[in-house]
Design a protein around this ligand. Structure first.
Ligand SMILES: NC(=O)c1ccc[n+]([C@@H]2O[C@H](COP(=O)([O-])OP(=O)(O)OC[C@H]3O[C@@H](n4cnc5c(N)ncnc54)[C@H](OP(=O)(O)O)[C@@H]3O)[C@@H](O)[C@H]2O)c1
Length: 259
């Protein structure tokens, strides 16, 4: 299927690895001109080189922290107009809410709620004026099925989800859709880090934690980042103009409810 977005310009955040890189890859395959962002220059530059080798779209990069106003200003100074924006950043650490101070909450809100809102604020009116736009926020399955111990993530991402639900109804008549993708357990560097941390807590090994997680999963496997990337690219396509304000859960059926 031709997604009809060849030549469009996309900002993909948190895109030197994992789910963000998978979204950038799927968009480049569709001929989109992507600007990828992450904080660390080396892996980001290498990711852009791999994307340019892939084509037919092109990749440029900006090393910036999307959770900071300064980082976002640098992105938009170099690239003022985007047709597609994929918001993403690292998730907050796990822990016990009794230990979290105001500063911990502000960091989580900055990265996982306020940064996406600021990225939307900087790009939405231009998209609406031009009559086409796609915004996809990478959130988490924890928005639908909260995980105890991931309270910072549950709270910050739910705030973003509520905000987006209201906003999306006011943009779609001008050709701009806003949706969220909710990953379950995807095989990325972050997940490998989580397995290692859990293994240390339990006196186990990362391999054993991973195997136990897979054995409990209805799909008996982890999600592959390209599965999420391709879903994101579809949501950015011309065919998805009537999908708006939705929370698209990609968890291989882990969520046990009917809806
Ligand atoms: N993988 C899963 O199973 C899963 C499940 C649920 C939710 N999620 C959420 O999905 C998001 C992506 O996860 P992932 O597994 O793809 O993680 P990952 O493999 O660790 O990749 C994270 C990417 O984001 C960049 N990044 C992190 N913080 C950033 C910031 N403030 N500004 C700009 N770039 C930033 C990282 O590069 P730098 O560090 O160089 O900036 C890296 O490129 C996270 O929020 C995670 O919590 C993932």
């Amino acid at each position: 299927m031709d997604l009809g977005i060849s030549g469009r310009k996309a900002l993909v955040c948190g895109a030197s690895s994992g789910l963000g890189l998978a979204c950038a890859t799927a968009l480049v395959r569709e001929g989109v001109q992507v600007v990828i962002v992450a904080r660390t220059e080396g892996p980001l530059r290498e990711a852009a080189e791999r994307l340019n080798a892939l084509g037919p779209g092109r990749a440029e990069w900006v090393a910036a922290d999307v959770a900071s106003a300064e980082g976002r200003a640098r992105i938009f100074a170099a690239h003022p107009d985007f047709d597609i924006v994929v918001t993403n950043a690292g998730g907050p650490p796990p822990g016990d809410f009794r230990q979290w101070q105001r500063e911990d909450w502000i960091k989580a809100l900055d990265a996982n709620m306020l940064a996406p809102i600021e990225l939307i604020k900087a790009t939405l009116d231009g998209m609406m004026a031009r009559g086409f736009g796609r915004i996809v926020n990478i959130t988490s399955s924890a928005v639908k099925a909260p995980v105890d111990g991931l309270g910072l993530s549950n709270g910050a991402r739910s705030g973003l989800t509520g905000f987006v639900a209201g906003l999306a109804r006011s943009t779609v008549a001008r050709g701009v859709t806003i949706n969220n993708v909710l990953p379950g357990t995807f095989d990325t560097a972050r997940l490998a880090g989580n397995f290692e941390a859990q293994a240390r807590r339990e006196g186990s090994t990362a391999e054993a934690v991973r195997a136990a997680r897979i054995a409990r999963h209805p799909a008996r496997r982890l999600g592959q980042p390209e599965e999420l990337g391709n879903t994101c690219a579809y949501l950015c396509s011309v065919h998805a103009g009537y999908i708006n304000g939705q929370n698209v859960l990609l968890d291989g059926g882990s969520y046990p409810g009917t809806f």
